[in-house]
Design a protein around this ligand. Structure first.
Ligand code: FMN
Length: 327
């Protein structure tokens, strides 16, 4: 597919815990994303041998370039996680440290956005990762803890000194969580001051939003929530004529097919772990993802209500048939 010369930005699927699993990443790569991130993987859980955490490090056929994101609070955890990822490095094109998650539970553990105010620890953790993997290392972070305290320049210097190659910046402060205005001026200033590759991030949904972010000079743009109901948002933003499934039911059926394939892969590769059966696995994923494809369409509210009481694959398929005949 030919990319128009004036609109070929690098578009990356952001890490979204619970959502950016292998089936969804595959949908987004088909939808035009150039690269994706895993959900954040707990370095502490890896260190303590928690089996199912490794499921987050699996990928399926049809996926594209994939960065494995970890979260943790110490250089020991970061080093251990990097060594584990190195063992399966063929799956990944990079390893990223989460220094931006604002959830109180994560901050309390010393991980995620607690690192926004601790560039020295960011340096130590990224250095530990660098020493234990041959993969390129990167940082995903925010502008600072709250308006008035900007730490992004120190964080970028720490990352650069530690040998990271790239920084993804959610252009908001920790106190803003996931809402409120994004600060594109600071993003532009960062781009002019750092030698790192910079990915801009924060509420990009339309080509207007994308143009505004690209005007800061960033090297690429990360898109998260806009992809949740619409994995083909990437090709639309790029102006590429990629053909999405013809209707929401076909989109949901394709996604469901990938969910089932990925479940089989987990079962085969992790026989010692409990992998839920098809009915339970598909129902849980359905509740997270599939109803979004029908949002705003006639009959969507009814389908959504129906989906939450569905516990079997058969029930899911019946609901699709009912929805298809209603539109
Ligand atoms: C449900 C949810 C889960 C998220 N999980 C992660 C995560 O695992 N790692 C991370 O670095 N950021 C995570 N984020 C932040 C996103 O990667 C992204 O920075 C944020 O949503 C802003 O981008 P957007 O407006 O395009 O969604 C999450 C955000 C949401 C809403």
């Amino acid at each position: 597919m030919q990319k128009p010369a004036d609109r070929s930005p690098r578009l990356v699927l952001a890490p979204l815990a619970e959502f950016t699993d292998a089936p969804f990443r595959r949908m987004c790569i088909e939808g035009g994303a150039d690269c994706a991130y895993t959900e954040m993987v707990s370095a502490a859980a890896l260190l303590h041998g928690h089996g199912p955490t490794r499921h987050l490090m699996e990928r399926m056929e049809g996926e594209g370039p994939l960065v494995c994101q970890i979260f943790g609070s110490t250089e020991e955890e970061a080093a251990f996680a990097a060594r584990e990822i190195e063992k399966v490095k063929d799956r990944f094109c990079g390893i990223d440290l989460n220094a931006g998650c604002p959830m109180p539970r994560i901050i309390k553990s010393g991980a995620g956005a607690s690192l926004v105010t601790d560039p020295a620890r960011v340096f130590r953790m990224l250095s530990a990762m660098r020493e234990n993997t041959s993969l390129p290392v990167s940082l995903k972070t925010r502008l600072g803890p709250h308006r008035g305290v900007k730490t992004i320049f120190e964080l970028a210097s720490a990352a650069e000194s530690a040998g990271a190659v790239s920084i993804a910046v959610h252009a908001r402060y920790t106190s803003q969580m996931h809402g409120g205005p994004v600060d594109l001026e600071t993003l532009a200033e960062l781009k002019s001051r750092t030698g790192l590759e910079v990915l801009g991030n924060g509420s990009v949904r339309t080509s207007g939003d994308l143009d505004a972010m690209l005007a800061t000079g960033v090297d690429g743009v990360m898109v998260g929530r806009a992809a949740l109901s619409d994995p083909f948002v990437f090709s639309r933003l790029k102006g590429i004529a990629q053909t999405p499934p013809a209707d929401p039911v076909s989109m949901a059926e394709r996604h469901l097919g990938y969910i089932l394939r990925f479940r089989r892969l987990l079962e085969e590769k992790h026989p010692a772990d409990h992998v839920p059966g098809e009915d339970a696995f598909a129902s849980v994923k359905m509740h997270l993802h599939l109803f979004r494809y029908f949002n705003g369409l006639p009959g969507a509210a009814k389908l959504r209500a129906g989906l939450s009481s569905i516990r079997t694959l058969d029930g899911i398929r019946q609901a699709f048939i009912a929805f298809a005949s209603a539109i």
